[in-house]
Design a protein around this ligand. Structure first.
Ligand SMILES: Nc1ncnc2c1ncn2[C@@H]1O[C@H](COP(=O)(O)OP(=O)(O)OP(=O)(O)O)[C@@H](O)[C@H]1O
Ligand SMILES: Cc1ncc(C[n+]2csc(CCOP(=O)(O)O)c2C)c(N)n1
Ligand SMILES: [Mg+2]
Length: 290
C-alpha cells in the first residue's frame, strides 16, 4: 500500500482541471454559470477518526463540521451536503447528530448513498459551498514579508481525545463537537494572502502552506495559542483535529477577527519551515498522515 501523499501525488496527473487547484488546496474551486462553487469531501473511519467510546451522534456532527471547516478556510458559505453512509449499530444516534449539525449550521442535506459493510464503519460527506469573495483564498498565495496568523486554538482536540479515552479530565467537546469557523473565514477572506484550515496538525499544515506558496514559513512556537497545558505545547502543535484557521496577511492589515500572530513568511530558504530558528526539511513528525 502506498501512503497518502504518494497516492495524492499520483492523482495529480489525472486532476488537471483548473478547479482541482493541483490537488494542493482544501477544496476545489469551480467557476460555473457566473457563480464560484467550492467543493470538498472528507471521510471518517472507525478506529482511525473516532474511538469506539465516541457516540455516533458526535461522529455525525464532526463529519459535517470538518467538511464545513474546509469551506470556512476558503471563505465560502455552505450550500448543501451529500452523505455517504454505512449502515450498522446506532443508526438513530447518527441521524440525531446529523440533524443537530445541519440545523446548527443551517445547511441542507441534498442526497447521498447508503451501503452495508462487513468491515469498519466508514462515513463520508461532500460539502458544496458558494464563494463569498474573489479570489478564493488558496494555500498557495503567501508572499514573503507577510505575517502568519492563527484564528482559533490548537491542542483542544488532543486533550478531548485523551479525556474521552480515559486519560485525563479535559473538555471532550473540542474533539467530539468541533465548530467550523465559518463566520471568521468569510470575514477574513478579503484580507488574507493564503488561508487553510488546520486538520492534520499546525506544523504539517504550515509546511503544506509553505510548499504550496514556494516560500519559507518561520514559526514562533511560543506565540501559538493553546487549548492544552503549556507542558503539552509540542504535542499540541502536531496532533491535529483542531479546525483552526491558519492564514497569512500583511503585517499592517487590520484584521476583522481575533487572531494570533505566530510567524512570518520569508523568501524560500533552506527548507519550507523553520520553528524557533530550527530548519525542518520534511513533513515527518510534524503532524498526522495516513
Ligand atoms: N482520493 C482522492 N481523490 C481526489 N483528490 C483527492 C483524494 N484525496 C485527496 N485529494 C485532494 O488532495 C488535496 C489535499 O487533500 P487533504 O485531504 O490533505 O486536504 P483537506 O481536506 O484540507 O485535509 P483533511 O483531509 O486533513 O481535512 C485536496 O485537493 C483533495 O481534494
Ligand atoms: C481514534 C482516533 N485516533 C486519532 C485521531 C487523530 N486523527 C485522526 S485523523 C486526523 C487528521 C484529520 O483526518 P483526515 O486527514 O483524514 O481528514 C487526526 C488528528 C482521531 N481523530 N481518532
Ligand atoms: Mg483542510
Amino acid at each position: 500500500m502506498v501512503d497518502e501523499p504518494a497516492f495524492i501525488q499520483s492523482l495529480r496527473a489525472l486532476a488537471t482541471h483548473p478547479a482541482a487547484r493541483g490537488l494542493a488546496d482544501d477544496a476545489a474551486v469551480l467557476e460555473i454559470g457566473g457563480e464560484t462553487l467550492v467543493l470538498t469531501k472528507d471521510m471518517m473511519v472507525e478506529g482511525v477518526h473516532w474511538p469506539r467510546e465516541q457516540s455516533l451522534a458526535d461522529v455525525a456532527w464532526k463529519l459535517v463540521a470538518v467538511n464545513l471547516s474546509d469551506l470556512a478556510a476558503k471563505g465560502a458559505e455552505p450550500v448543501g451536503v451529500m452523505l455517504g453512509y454505512a449502515l450498522g449499530a446506532n443508526d438513530a444516534a447518527f441521524l440525531e447528530g446529523l440533524r443537530e449539525a445541519l440545523d446548527t449550521f443551517g445547511v441542507p442535506l441534498l442526497g447521498g448513498d447508503t451501503v452495508a459493510t462487513p468491515g469498519q464503519r466508514t462515513f463520508s460527506l461532500t460539502a458544496i459551498g458558494r464563494a463569498t469573495h474573489a479570489p478564493v483564498p488558496s494555500r498557495g498565495g503567501a508572499p514573503a514579508g507577510d505575517g502568519l496568523y492563527l484564528c482559533g486554538l490548537v491542542g483542544g482536540a488532543m486533550m478531548g481525545f485523551e479525556a474521552l479515552t480515559g486519560l485525563g479530565e479535559a473538555d471532550e467537546a473540542p474533539f467530539t463537537r468541533p465548530t467550523p469557523l465559518l463566520a471568521q473565514g468569510r470575514a477574513l477572506a478579503p484580507h488574507v494572502s493564503a488561508m487553510m484550515d488546520v486538520s492534520d496538525g499546525l506544523l504539517i499544515d504550515a509546511w503544506r502552506m509553505a510548499q504550496a506558496s514556494k516560500v519559507t514559513i518561520r514559526i514562533d512556537s511560543t506565540a501559538v495559542p493553546l487549548a492544552a497545558p503549556e507542558a503539552r505545547r509540542g504535542d499540541a502543535l502536531r496532533w491535529g483535529d483542531d479546525y483552526a484557521l491558519l492564514f497569512t496577511a500583511s503585517s499592517d492589515a487590520s484584521l476583522p477577527v481575533e487572531a494570533a500572530r505566530i510567524g512570518t513568511v520569508d523568501a524560500q530558504g533552506e527548507a519550507a519551515l523553520q520553528i524557533d530558528g530550527e530548519w525542518l526539511s520534511g513533513p515527518e513528525g510534524l503532524g498526522y498522515q495516513h
